[in-house]
Design a protein around this ligand. Structure first.
Ligand code: NAP
Length: 286
């Protein structure tokens, strides 16, 4: 186990990981950021933690180093530091494998990736969202066990991922999280058409969004599916297509594509008959 943990890049994820691990008793004692005021803000939340002015100084002083810079910078930082053998170097990127840490591995360091499968949009929200997250680990022993200990202490759930599955895994996260935001944004834009502003629309949509997540969590697929595709209601789908074609034609293709992807869920639920599914497919493929 590491006697000293340092964070390079004290942004949203670096802060959440560092602060929450320190609260659980792990020795988070060093912080460095390209913006010194960010590192200062971080150490104010972590008793006993010191600011280091360079990544090299922090890497020399710590046993275990998190590089939580933006993805594009992880490789640059890893390449710029002259690593001493025996250190452990971790990044938190979902899109990159540990290959990006090759400069550290080549100098005799242990490397790993600990990716929190969650969305961190601000420092405060990151601190709230991190505990209980699912974490994906790419590492070999002894780093694997150490990262599992971190996850357990954060009440998280860990899973291991093979290097060649990482891009697909990250694409799945992008669909579930980022494009979910896009769908809500598009729905709120439609409310704009009947003169309700974006903020009011989003607020009004909160109960249906939370109800939907609640259904996914507690009822699960496919039984959680509601709406016209689950019920095979062709006349409603026709009305939707007609109004979108007239008032928001750019959304017709997206509506049809998502509708087609919803048909198998309705079939699996058993409320959509194969005949209706066939008619729906024809309507939505048109
Ligand atoms: N945000 C998410 O939802 C999320 C979720 C899971 C995983 N991750 C991963 O977590 C990692 C960090 O992401 P983040 O969202 O926390 O980014 P972030 O909030 O932008 O934090 C990164 C910090 O690193 C600093 N930095 C940039 N270049 C640096 C350098 N050369 N040396 C030291 N510090 C440097 C940045 O400063 P500047 O602001 O001045 O550039 C910033 O303070 C990434 O690998 C990302 O893929 C993010």
């Amino acid at each position: 186990m590491a006697h000293s943990i340092g964070i390079i890049g004290t942004g949203k994820v670096g802060t959440a990981v560092g602060v929450r691990l320190a609260e659980q008793g792990f020795p988070v004692v060093g912080a460095m950021d390209i913006l010194p005021e960010e590192a200062t803000r971080f150490v104010e939340s972590v008793p006993g933690c010191m600011v280091y002015c360079t990544a090299q100084a922090l890497a020399d002083a710590m046993d275990l180093i998190f590089i939580t810079t933006p993805d594009d910078v992880i490789g640059e930082v890893a390449a710029a530091v002259k690593w001493r053998p025996g250190k452990t170097v971790i990044h938190c990127s979902g899109a990159n494998s540990t290959a990006v840490l090759a400069p550290a591995r080549d100098r005799g360091c242990y490397v790993g990736c600990l990716h929190p499968y969650n969305s961190f949009a601000s420092i405060q929200q990151s601190l709230e969202n991190l505990p209980g997250s699912t974490f994906t680990i790419e590492a070999e022993e002894p780093v694997l066990s150490e990262l599992k200990t971190f996850v357990d202490s954060l009440d998280g759930k860990w899973m291991q991922l093979r290097e060649h599955d990482k891009a697909l895994y990250h694409a799945a996260g992008c669909i579930a999280c980022n494009y979910f935001y896009t769908l809500v944004h598009l729905a709120a834009d439609l409310w704009n058409q009947f003169d309700i502003c974006q903020d009011d629309a989003v607020e009004s949509c909160m109960p249906i969004l939370k109800g939907t997540l609640n259904n996914i969590e507690h009822i699960g697929f496919p039984m959680c599916l509601t709406g016209p595709i689950a019920g095979g209601d062709l006349s409603t789908i026709r009305k939707h297509l007609e109004v979108l074609a007239n008032r928001q034609p750019r959304l017709v293709l997206l509506y049809k594509t998502l509708g087609l992807e919803t048909i198998p869920i309705g079939l699996a639920k058993g409320t959509l008959s194969p005949d209706k599914a066939q008619e729906l497919r024809a309507l939505l493929s048109d």
